[in-house]
Design a binder for this molecule. Sequence first.
Ligand code: PLP
Length: 450
Amino acid sequence: MLTLKKPLKPIVIYKNAWLLEAPALQLLAEEFGTPLFVFWEERLWQNVAELKEGLGLLESNFRLFYACKANANLSILRTLLEAGLDLEVNSVGELWKGLKAGYKPQQIIFNGVGKSERELKEAILQGIHCINVDSLSELMDIVHIASRYRKDVPIALRLVPEIKDGGLEGLETGHSQTKFGLPPSQLPEICKVLKDHPYVHLSGLHTHVGSQLSNPVSYRLALERLLGLRKELEKALKTEIKHLNLGGGLPVEYRHEAYPQKAPCPGPDKSFAQSFGPKEMALVLKDVVPQDIVLYFEPGRRLVGNTAFLLTRVVRKKTISARTAPWLILDAGFNVLLEALSYRWYFHLIAAERPQAPHNTGYFVAGPLCDGGDIFPIPHTNCPFYHRLLPENVEEGELLAFLDTGAYTLEQMTYYNGRLPAAAVLIDRKGQIRLIRKRETSQALWANDL
Ligand SMILES: Cc1ncc(COP(=O)(O)O)c(C=O)c1O
């Protein structure tokens, strides 16, 4: 904890992104080093409030299970627990983190395509709220474990809704060309297994269309699919299905249209836009939700995406060809922002110490890794002139910030090229700075090598 006489006050820039004033950024960089993730607790609470308020329009019961794959830092998990959320996990590792943070087993849902028998056993013995079954063979493992330990196991079936939506290919997980879920054609076989195994109870149906969705109607279509199948299953199994789970997917604004209209290269496309929010989602669902059902949601990105920026320093500036823009080499590469490589994700970059300066000068921008893919272009545009627009005369030593880096970042950092993962601090509700992830030391580089 760094105790400050004057509490820090984040400044909101563009619509939803935020930063700190230059002296505070310099203090953080000096005290904790760069690259550094800077989180804002108040924003996390605001996001929870936005979600709860929006979903209040449903006028029916709902529960929120935070998808901790987006960010499973213990401080974030604990804040969201305090804010009243339950938890969605994708591995026994995430289950352990959830329990360590203080979630009760009864608050936890377990998703995933590749849950091993060992993981299923642990989840069952812990007595978690629900296992979302992704395949027939997984169901067979569950029935064997449940019978062996005589444990009642509530399950939901993760179904393929055949809906295509999601920011990018790879984030669209609701159709049958992906690895996720059970096709409805397998339901008769599933029913046969469930009828023979009294320890396993079908308590819900689940589906997840994708992440960074573009249209709230996707939720309605998904719910309609689940409602149709619910009727069939209730009849076949003579049981009552109590919850329908619509997964995650609410989008975040990554673009920040400070991008000049007349720039010679196009800005990021609409897949990086926040096209709707929880209110719009609730309004399209409202008329379709039956009163005898509890709707479950598994928000990840929307809760944490805009709670952080990544502070990075320009390490080198160099010119390779006099006819093109100069290169800025940062101390953060895809070792810290892996999705910049895996999905060519767009994180808006600004000159952190002078955000108001006109960002009108082109630069090629790269990380420090010995890998040609370690660059930060505007995704999918192949602009030959520059990667990013920043102010004139950006020089070595200047601090830059990638905005909206709270989701799918900390969790994916690597040690590639012998570079240590970034530390993270949180500005708490009193405006004080708390270290929430330590900067690692060189020991981490060989700790597990023999
Ligand atoms: C099953 C499931 N639920 C929830 C989420 C969270 O999605 P988002 O972060 O887009 O809200 C994901 C993300 O991939 C998922 O696969």
